[in-house]
Design a protein. Sequence first.
Length: 112
Amino acid sequence: MEGFLADCPGRLTVELLADKWSVVVLAGLSRGPVRHGDLIDLIGGGISRKVLTQTLRRLQSHGLVTRRAHAEAPPRVEYALTPLGVTLVEPIHVLTTWARTHGEAVLDAAAE
């Protein structure tokens, strides 16, 4: 098996997705374009506006999320997955299903 070098795409992707909120935000955007405040509600709280903004900017800088500002008053900004971001929806779903199935076993093993 090939090692994970510092600039390995696989390692960089895992680091991006390992962030506390990245997968949650991507899953929230999987339903379609959404406004910043609505995304907080969709996620179910627990994330500050500042952290959500930082997470969205990071995902945007990696080509997974777009930000669209509508030219209207009051200003309206929506975030959506890019085509590249959409390719992560199924793997995130699979990982979430795995976590629901095996999460207890992982926690039990960690407690031993």
